[in-house]
Design a protein around this ligand. Structure first.
Ligand code: NAD
Length: 275
């Protein structure tokens, strides 16, 4: 499969579809990522907090795929926030991944001294150790404040986005500010009520596709990068096979009606819900 790329605000090319490894146990990560690379994924999304970077790194090393053909993202966890702690956490992530640079380094959640983290990440970006830097789980107010008070505009904001939580206002703010919208939980983390929703099932049948494929396609047509996760090779292949059909304007509008405006997981503005 040829996976198209999007050009980030600093010129870096990011594949619009990648593979996420949240909740993949450390001992399974090497097998799962090996299968994902074999299926054709070249963009991987992990995080220090997932505790599986080492397994991801072993799979990358064993694959023999040239480094420049891969796009690897990891994330800075909240306990490592700040100008001193962030570079050390970055070094540990790189070491576990067995890499000497990252394609994208994200602030995982906006808590603690994330301005300090950002200054450290700007330096990692300047020296080329992180080709792009960005954020995750930033609502528009925090995102705009960060942009207005630092030098480098985040290349990406990775936020929960799926048909039940569409993030239209967030998307518009990001587009105006040159920040690429990336979806986490594109499939609603496998929720049955999404993957069996009648309207989505109807559209899937009409296109000879699955609901998962329709949802990923809908996100891609809204200029949103997707990183679905599956441990099963058959679903890995299914989730990649979304470049041979398009949803019509009318179908896009019908899916727009499913937005509840509410997170299906938790609201990142509530500090009490942060792990
Ligand atoms: P997801 O929406 O990708 O759902 C994954 C689940 O959906 C799988 O476990 C499986 O149960 C099901 N599934 C996958 N493919 C399917 C298919 N073709 N048919 C039917 N069911 C299918 O959820 P996710 O893993 O939470 O999100 C994707 C990635 O986003 C993560 O792996 C991670 O990399 C990232 N993420 C980031 C944050 C953050 O705070 N930045 C939070 C959650 C996830």
């Amino acid at each position: 499969t040829h996976i198209p790329t999007t050009t980030l605000n600093n010129g870096v090319q990011m594949p619009v579809l990648g593979f996420g490894v949240f909740q993949v146990p450390a001992e399974e990560a090497e097998r799962v990522v090996t299968d994902a690379l074999a299926a054709g994924y070249r963009h991987l999304d992990t995080a220090a907090a997932y505790e599986n970077e080492a397994g991801v790194g072993r799979a990358i090393a064993a694959s023999g795929i040239p480094r420049e053909e891969l796009f690897v993202t990891t994330k800075l966890w909240i306990q490592d926030a700040g100008e001193q702690a962030a570079p050390a956490a970055f070094d540990r992530s790189l070491q576990r991944l067995g890499l000497d640079y990252l394609d994208l380094y994200l602030i995982h959640q906006p808590y603690g001294d994330y301005y300090g983290s950002w200054r450290a990440m700007e330096e990692l970006n300047r020296t080329g150790r992180a080709r792009a830097i960005g954020v995750s789980n930033f609502h528009p107010d925090r995102l705009v404040d960060l942009i207005d008070h630092t030098e480098v505009v985040p290349a990406v904001n990775q936020i929960e986005t799926h048909p039940f939580f569409q993030r239209g206002t967030d998307h518009d703010v990001m587009r105006q500010r040159g920040v690429q919208h990336e979806s986490w939980g594109p499939l609603g983390q496998g929720r049955d009520d999404l993957l069996t929703y009648p309207l989505l099932t109807e559209l899937a049948t009409a296109h000879g596709k699955t609901v998962a494929q329709v949802v990923l396609r809908w996100l891609l047509q809204r200029d949103t990068v997707v990183i679905p996760k599956s441990s099963r090779p058959q679903r890995m292949a299914e989730n990649l096979d979304v470049f041979d059909f398009s949803l019509t304007e009318q179908e896009m509008t019908r899916i727009a009606s499913l937005d509840t405006g509410v997170s299906a997981v938790f609201d990142h503005r509530d500090p009490a819900s942060v792990a």
